[in-house]
Structure formats: structure tokens, C-alpha cells
Design a protein. Sequence first.
Length: 153
Amino acid sequence: MLEDLIEDEGFAKVMKNNIAQLIIYLFEKDKNFGILCNISDVDFSPELPEDILSQFHSMTLFFLAGYTFETARIEDENLVFEAGFGTDNFGSVVNVPLLSIVQIIIDEQPIFINLSKYKKKEQANNSEKVDEEGVENSMNMFLSNPENSKFLK
């Protein structure tokens, strides 16, 4: 029952909206916060050097304060901010999909937990594969019937 809910597209939409609204509220209140997120979904521009990237865990905490907080914004369905990494403070724009945010944290306390596991991209790729296979199978069936040759010219 719970697994069906957390993998549901509608539930993911509610969670994404709640994440966005809470982050906007924290921006309006000028309240620094942290996000715990799936690092595999995060994009860095420019890409981080391998020695820095390799230090991240699969679940990584980013704390938005100071310059990072000032640059933070929500664009489309992503939290975007600038941050410096490593001893050389390597600068990069961080792009975090809202549904990849697992927790929002203030003063070391989670104030929001995202339970959603819905992934739209994975489902879209699967349906495209099924559609391609279906078209190919349908065409093979059509061509295998000798009576259909009159439709081909």
C-alpha cells in the first residue's frame, strides 16, 4: 500500500509542490537551510573535478547560507545555486531536481521529508521502448500476411 503511494505520479507532484513552497517560504523569511539530496541526480556547471566529486556520498547535504543562499532560486522544477567546493573553492552552479531533495533541514533538524520515489524519466524511457517494439512487431505481422502485399507499392 505505502509502496504504491510513494511511487505514484500524483503523490510526487504533491511532494514537489510542497518542496517548492517550503523553499520559497524559507527564501522569504531569509532563513538558511540545508538539503539532503541524491547526488546522482545533481548537475554541476562547470563539472566538478573528479577528486572533489569522489568525496560526495550518494546522499549529500548542501547547506545554503551566505553567498550560496543569496544565489539560490527555483527554476522550473529545480533548486539552483552557486557554491564553492574543495580547498580551492572551485566554483560551480548546482542544479538539484526538487524531487531529488530527500530532506530540508534547519539547525540540524529535518523540517521536511520527501518520501516520493516516482521517476518520470525512467517511466518515459520504458514506454518509448515498448512503443518502438510494438510498432516493429505490428509491421512484421502486417508484412507476414501475403494478402497485405497489395497495400505496398
